[in-house]
Write a protein that binds this ligand. Sequence first.
Ligand SMILES: [Zn+2]
Length: 276
Amino acid sequence: MPKLQFSTSRVWITPVLLMVSIVCMAQAPTPEPVTDQETQLGQAVYDELRNKGEIIESSPLYEALKPITEAISRRAQPRYNHPFKFFLVHEKQPNAFATPGGNVYVVDSLLYFVKNTEQLAGTLCHEVSHTIHHDAVHRMQEQQRIEMRELGAAILLGPGLAQMIAITMLGDLQSNAYSREVESAADVTGSDICAATGYNPWGLIWLFQEFQDADPKQIPELLSDHPANGTRIQTLEKHFRDNPEVFAKFNPNPKSATPLIVPKDAAEQFLPPSGH
Ligand SMILES: [Zn+2]
């Protein structure tokens, strides 16, 4: 009889342990179905990242990210016509970038690189603002690597062309900054979104300030790609001064920051290549 009890409890414990481990490994969202050129380009970039094995399918890091991305999505969503979705990716440099269609990619090491919640929130608010401003699509049009009439039209691109644009776009997003004006515009819109969520919009300024005097080789792409941080700080500070009803309540002192709690050495499972 005691023997039977023991084996019964073991049978019961195993599924519970399995459930616990599944609950802790929060999952990546799935991309939005393709309905227009922006979602099509977003999907093509997603396929590219997935085929390179960079997209993290599940990790406890998603749990750390979720409260921030949910708050940002709630405030940013009315300004964009596709749902914002945040994916963790594994790359060499701490970074974040946003594609047309609403997908935002956050490099896993960024969660360890930022000093506090406000710096991470500020970075993500900045990235969703690039999407809201359609910056990636505008840059592709300006570079004239593709015909204007093809990008921006209401029709879907041929799959080969979509993939070609996506590869160029991804390379640009990973390593080339937008112009100072475009970056500053994303900073300003991002600060409005962050302020609306309640995350202190000074977080992005704190991030810039930390690297102002650093050796350029030591600065991660996220910041070295964003030129003229001094000018960008000034633009943001002016925006805060000009709109005291929104920004005066936030503390400019980084000592008021909220620590970001991230599990150490978090496990990561990658999405396997989709095979197309
Ligand atoms: Zn930017």
